[in-house]
Ligand binder design. Structure first.
Ligand code: NAI
Length: 327
């Protein structure tokens, strides 16, 4: 049976705790692939990550072939086939955006370099740690020998949230909703687009038939869901974020179902007027371990303004990290 090296950063954090057990039980890569886990943490959290590794051992997962815990990025990414970059520096009270970007540059630059130095030639990178799109860009820019397209960021949680909200509104099951798209940045400017979404062969936008609901309820509910979870739970989304990370890599490796697509933040090739190189969310299909941006969708005025606003924020973030010398 094939064995795949999966590196997870921030392994002792709350997403890490929800993520690792599902990776080890086979939800990431399916029942025919063994997983060798590499857990990267900062020195202060290595002991906690070792505790999680003990619990993973205690689960006797048939597909888990090994676990290594380290605070050395070079070791963690050596031979990695899949990298889930979850650990990041959160914004603390009074922190300016420049400080936040700089602190994250200090994390994602060396991790990009370590991926460049030692990862396997088929490495696939998912950045979860926020600001995810820009952190992915920083890591990518420090891994010049890795194909740029292998660096992606997570908008799958937003995608899943939008499907759930729309299913509730239309009184259908989540499985009946296909071809929903998150465009842009994983931030409050993201744009969940239902204009190409299919519900049992019918247009979701026509079934909703209420642009005010889209503009004033649906979009803000999806975009601000993270804040609503913090308000309710007293902690940020963790299990749902871990679930979305599993979905992202699972679909990238194993393919999207026929007649559907998913949302991934990937380096733009200029599609839909998104400046080339920006890591922005698009509708994508995947097959044979490669993703393709869905082409040829008609973008109406309602969507255009919102995609442009989110992309403008990404351009600003890129310019800010450039000005700080991080890329
Ligand atoms: P957490 O604070 O519980 O855990 C983060 C972990 O990362 C900590 O254990 C910390 O020691 C570790 N870490 C920090 N710097 C590191 C480094 N250089 N190398 C390795 N590990 C490092 O945070 P949580 O809740 O697990 O969230 C992680 C990140 O995911 C946050 O940035 C959060 O904003 C983001 N997030 C992203 C979502 C998305 O949809 N893209 C959704 C939810 C959270």
């Amino acid at each position: 049976m094939a064995s795949v090296n999966v590196t997870v950063t921030g392994a002792a954090g709350q997403i890490g705790y929800a993520l690792l057990f599902r990776i080890a039980s086979g939800h990431l890569l399916g029942p025919d692939t063994k997983v060798n886990l590499r857990l990267l943490e900062i020195p202060q959290a290595v002991k906690a990550a070792e505790g999680t590794a003990m619990e993973l051992d205690d689960s006797a997962f048939p597909l888990l072939s090994g676990i290594e815990v380290t605070d050395d990025a070079k070791k963690a990414f050596d031979g990695a086939n899949v990298a889930l970059l979850v650990g990041a520096r959160p914004r603390t009270k009074g922190m300016e955006r420049g400080d936040l970007l700089e602190a994250n540059g200090g994390i994602f630059k060396p991790q990009g370099e370590a991926i460049n130095a030692g990862a396997a030639s088929d490495i696939k990178v998912l950045v979860v740690g926020n600001p995810a799109n820009t952190n992915a860009l920083i890591a990518q820019q420090h891994a010049p020998d890795v194909p740029a397209a292998r660096f992606t960021a997570m908008t799958r949680l937003d995608h899943n949230r939008a499907i759930s909200q729309l299913a509730t509104k239309l009184g259908v099951s989540v499985t009946e909703i296909k071809k929903l798209t998150i465009w842009g940045n994983h931030s409050a400017t993201q744009y969940p687009d239902v204009f190409h979404t299919d519900v049992n062969g019918k247009s979701a936008a026509e079934l909703v038939n209420d642009e005010a609901w889209l503009a004033d309820t649906f979009i803000p509910t999806v975009a601000k869901r993270g804040a609503a979870i913090i308000e309710a739970r007293g902690a940020s989304s963790a299990a749902s974020a871990a679930n979305a990370a599993i979905d992202h890599i699972h679909d990238w490796v194993l393919g999207t179902p026929a007649g559907d697509w998913t949302s991934m933040a990937v380096p733009s090739d200029g599609s839909y007027g998104v400046p080339e190189g920006i890591i922005s969310s698009f509708p994508v299909t995947t097959a044979n371990g490669e993703y393709q941006i869905v082409q040829g969708l008609e973008i109406n005025e309602f969507s255009r303004a919102r995609i442009d606003a989110s992309v403008a924020e990404l351009v600003e973030e890129r310019d800010a990290v450039r000005a700080l010398g991080l890329i």
